[in-house]
Design a protein around this ligand. Sequence first.
Ligand code: CP
Ligand code: NVA
Length: 311
Amino acid sequence: MSQQQQTGPLRHFLQFRDFTKEEILYLFERAKLIKDKFKRYEPHRPLHDRNLAMVFEKASTRTRVSFEAGMYQMGGSVIHLTTGDSQLGRSEPIEDTARVISRMVDLVMIRTFEQTRIERFAAHSRVPVINGLTNEYHPCQILADIFTFIEHSGPVEGRTVAWIGDANNMAYTWLQAAEILGFTLHVSAPKGYQLEFARVGQPPARVLRQFDDPLEACRGAHLVTTDVWTSMGYEDENEARRKAFANWCVDAEMMAAADPAALFMHCLPAHRGEEVSADVIDGPQSVVWDEAENRMHVQKALMEFLLLGHL
Ligand code: CP
Ligand code: NVA
């Protein structure tokens, strides 16, 4: 067992901005090396004997499989907990859960509701904590998305990303990434579902431009991306959202307004015919399957960095 061998101050990845630009670029470098080794069937096991606990308070396919497969590939092991099968579902305080779990494992990933909940966990954890999605942020997904963008289209700095749809956890994380990595985010969301500046402050125009018309937001963009109209935890708003978002379906006309070499991304799961048309998500500009696979490669780099630092 290797717990407590890490050196330096305890680091967490609770929001995208917890890491500097240099650290994010380092993660991309490592993710590329790790992915190349994976493709060559070459073992990469720097986390031999390390143990990751994953706590899911919401459903998941990609996040679970990418962290679990990734940790095993790096020589470690994984414990999977959900609200329903742990004492979290019987109201054990998150602080006590953090104190206990972090005495036994080397690293924790949590998917939960409020950001304050993961912050409370991290404040009482002895080991690094990773945000596997909260209501406010989804930083691992944006790591994968930008890594995928770089693979297909080169550096993201100075480019334009169009976010079409709900100003949700993905949108707020894109906004942090735009500030840190130096690209421009175009956002178009229906009234009532737009970014709230009371929460994040008003970013400068080189970082964020907002559009009423989603087609205008796509104009000239190097990446067009969207997400479900109703995120997990907001299901009782489903009907109201269906009506409000009816014009925010990324379709061929929107892709035609973007740069001719523009990519399409979606964190998945997707609803064809709602936030994206089938011809776009299944079309030649879509890189959603690379995007999903890259969750694993960037998270392997992230876990390696949190446990071993720069190598
Ligand atoms: N994109 C994503 O986080 O997918 P899951 O909800 O399946 O983990
Ligand atoms: N915004 C979505 C992302 C799912 C991966 C949600 O929070 O449900």
